[in-house]
Design a protein. Structure first.
Length: 134
């Protein structure tokens, strides 16, 4: 027979991240990639001839602001582990918004940020109680 206590330890080890630093590093990397792509697009669009206010507005809403949301969410996940789920939702929202203009940082930043947000949702602080069947 299988030792139930040993099996629970193994399952709980793989079902919970012990530190939220992994999620925050992945999220910050995704936000940095999205920011670089947004700045490259801004460099290509803005020096050109006639730029309307709508194009600048779309560039800000679709590129730079979501990248800042991802980076700030990753830093917040690193510093405040108790707010990791809320910040994970903000990061996922920012990565979905980055699809508007920068195509999610050419999809690399999008997937890194989504992965970091999901990792943050799965994280439980050390002192948190995990439901186990008795």
């Amino acid at each position: 027979m299988v030792d139930r206590e040993k099996a629970r330890k193994i399952i709980s080890y793989f079902s919970v991240f012990r530190r939220n630093r992994d999620a925050s590093i992945v999220t910050i990397a995704g936000g940095a990639v999205t920011m670089v792509v947004a700045l490259v697009i801004a460099d290509l669009i803005l020096p050109g001839g006639h730029v309307s206010g709508d194009e600048v507005f779309l560039l800000m809403i679709g590129g730079i602001i979501p990248a800042l949301m991802e980076i700030c969410g990753g830093i917040g996940m690193w510093l405040r582990e108790d707010l990791s789920r809320i910040l994970g939702g903000i990061v996922i929202l920012g990565s979905v918004l980055s699809l508007l203009d920068t195509e999610g940082g050419l999809a690399i930043g999008f997937f890194l940020s989504i992965f970091g947000g999901v990792m943050s949702f799965m994280y439980h602080p050390e002192g948190a109680r995990i439901h186990q069947d008795s």
